[in-house]
Structures are given as C-alpha cells and as structure tokens.
Design a protein around this ligand. Sequence first.
Ligand SMILES: [Mg+2]
Length: 270
Amino acid sequence: MARYAFEHLESIGEALRRSPFGLVTDVDGTISPTAPTPQQAEVTPLCRRYLELLCQQIALVAAVSGRSAAQVAEMVDIGGMVYIGNHGLERWVNGRPELTREARGYQAMMAAALSELKPLLSMEGIIIENKGVTATIHYRRSPDPASAEKQIAETLQNSSQASKLHAMPGRMAINLLPPVATNKGTATSDLIREYGLRSGVYLGDDVTDIDAFKAIHDYPQETGFHGLAIGVISEEMPEMFTGEVDFTLNGVRDVERFLEWLSRTASQPG
Ligand SMILES: [Mg+2]
C-alpha cells in the first residue's frame, strides 16, 4: 500500500541524499492539470517556478510524455530541462526531435493506420492526435465515453494497419504506438545511466507511467542507484496503480508543493 508522500518527507529526503540526483516527471496530469483538449493544457506557474529552480540545483530534470518531443519542448519550455516525447520514442536534441533507433521506419505504418481510422472522426467528441510516430485517440469529450472506448477498440481491431500497432489505454484516451520495446521506462533507465544518477524520483499519474515506476525500482542495485516512484492520484485515475509506487500525491496542487519541498531540500547542504 503506497503512502502519502507528505507524511513521509523525512524518509524521502533520506533516500534522495545521494548525488547525482535526478527528477523525471510526466507532464499531463502531473505538472499540468487535465484540460478539455490537449492544446489547452498548460504547466502551472508554481510547477514551472520550482522546475526552473531545480534545473539549477540537481543533475537532471527531465519531462517524459506521450506528447511529441516538439510539443513537450514548446509546452514546458524551461532552459536546462531534458524533453522526451512520444512515450520515450523521441528526444528533443538541439532544437529538433530525434527518434530512437527502434522507432525509425514506423511513421509510414502510423500514417496508413490513421487514414484507416478516419471514420472514427465522425463520432461526437473524438479527437485523433497525430504525433508522427505515435497517435492518441481521445474520447474525453464524447457524450458516452464508455461506448466510445469500445467502438474505438473495435475499429482498431478491424483496421489492417492499426491492428499491427500497439494499442495502450491511457486517461480517456487510447495510445497507438509502434510495436517496439521502447517506453517511458526504457527512457527513464537510459537517463539514469547517461547522467550517472545515484538517486532519483519519477512522478507520473497514468497507466503509461507504470513502466517508468518499474524501471525506477528494477534499476540494477549494484550501480548504487536508489529511486522512488511517486504516483499522482486523481479522481479519474484512482488508486489503481498504487501497488506500483512508493508514495502518492493528490493531484497537481500536491505536485507543486512537492516540487517546492524538493527544491528547498536540494538547496540545503546535505
Ligand atoms: Mg500523465
């Protein structure tokens, strides 16, 4: 049973004393409240302020998102932060998205799948977000989300192109991904290795973050790395993943308070 982070700040602080320390965070639902459409979502001013401070204080501050890397860069836009997009399939490097090796070559398949999925757009409240190498079908604005979800799943199964892709459920959305082993978890492990981290935190609110929670826990102990998985609980995402996390926070407001605490803790001599 995961515990409420604010009741255990001392042990969290203890675990994070090892340097280099890194923070890897999801974006939507974690540092940005859920909005009716993806375009309307924004990083809250307080999250922005503390992430900016943390960039000066710790070895790594990274955002990992299902959005495209370009969208993450535009939306977060904090100097010194690392942006990973498309569920780990691309990274923002020198002002451009760079696909991982595994992801290259799947853009044509995704485009073909999306053209087969066009009939979905005649359903009320369905938005298809084309992110190049991945796509997300949102049904948040559907008048009947449960039946919309079912209909989307059926359409995916009946599409010769989309059925070759990996369909991953998210918050009021279904993500279409290339059938490769890259995810938020592999992206997080890569960051830990690259930055030689000895401690770190992953913050996330969604089922797609579970791979990253696992990566934080399964990272080889002999490297000296010790990480904490912190789940952001919301009404939409109840406690379904609390078995995967060490601690919980309640919503984006709590994330703001946690980042503030983290920044204050990081500025104190250990
Ligand atoms: Mg999220």
